[in-house]
Design a protein around this ligand. Structure first.
Ligand code: KIV
Length: 286
């Protein structure tokens, strides 16, 4: 497949796509080799999500992830994808305590990792954090619907905003984030009709969908869900584009069998030594 020759994504290029109703693509990513592929595929936005707590580190939630754990991953992704719009996901308790905490920690993703933007979870209650970060010159994305850092309060990983009353709260939260200056809002696992309403009402704010239907300005998927790399479950919203997990597992089994069966390694897999050097070595060892 030909690689996309790409230019650096900017806020301007993203807004341009939104205005022209060209769908915007976004994916999570957590390391250098994945980021290199994402770069070559031409994906617009890359989120180093605190979902890495689950996909990479094997926790049952995102809550144990710290910013110090995330930073080397965000740096690696930046090295792999210099041109995608890179977003650092603010982990649990790096922005909730105060506006000042939020600004300082958002600044770490920008200064230490070369991010283009940050993302944080929550609605009207977090609007002052978004405003503070944006006023500090850092583009910010809000995240509504299923917000995994509040999984306990939300009653589990489930669709949000199914009733009119709860849907109205999400519509109001989206407006609050937009007014606070969020350049984009991610809607995770809300009904498609609610996503459509929020997208229609957005005034210059990019609406992204994760499992929230086709009417947003763009789509996000989690890398590990797309390629069969998360062993615990496959969310309904994820489409599997290839089973890399199966390919790797088959390769590992073959390697294990070949070593046991003495079929690996073969001559092309090791490094030789000239006869005279070997002779010399033998003499030295006598
Ligand atoms: O951490 C993450 O990857 C996220 C997505 C689920 C949106 O926040």
């Amino acid at each position: 497949m030909p690689e996309t020759k790409r230019q650096k994504a900017t806020l301007g290029s993203l807004y341009d796509k939104m205005r022209k109703r060209e769908p915007i693509t976004m994916i999570t990513c957590y390391d250098y080799p994945m980021a290199d592929l994402v770069e070559k595929a031409g994906v617009d936005m890359v989120l180093v999500g605190d979902s890495m707590g689950m996909t990479i580190l094997g926790y049952d939630s995102t809550l144990p992830v710290t910013q110090d754990v995330m930073i080397p991953h965000v740096q690696a992704v930046r090295r792999g994808t210099p041109n995608a719009w890179l977003i650092g996901d603010m982990p649990y308790m790096t922005y909730q305590p105060s506006v000042e905490t939020a600004i300082r920690n958002a600044g770490r993703f920008m200064a230490e990792c070369g991010c283009d933007a940050i993302k944080l979870e929550g609605g009207a209650a977090m609007a002052d954090r978004i405003k503070g970060i944006v006023d500090a010159g850092i583009p910010a994305i809000g995240h509504l619907g299923l917000t995994p850092q509040s999984v306990s309060a939300l009653g589990g990983f489930r669709v949000q905003g199914k009733s009119a009353a709860l849907a109205k709260k999400i519509v109001d939260d989206a407006k609050a984030l937009e007014k606070a200056g969020a350049f984009a809002i991610l809607l995770e696992m809300v009904p498609d009709r609610l996503c459509k309403i929020i997208t229609e009402r957005a005034e210059g704010c990019i609406i992204m969908s994760l499992g929230s239907g086709p009417d947003a300005h763009g789509q996000l998927l989690i890398y590990h869900d797309m390629f069969g790399l998360y062993p615990k479950f496959k969310p309904k919203m994820a489409k599997v584009y290839g089973n890399a997990g199966e390919v790797i597992l088959n390769g590992l089994k073959a390697y294990h069998d070949e070593v046991i069966g003495k079929q690996f390694p073969k001559e092309e897999n090791w490094f030789g030594m000239p006869d005279e050097e070997l002779e010399e070595l033998r003499k030295m060892l006598e």
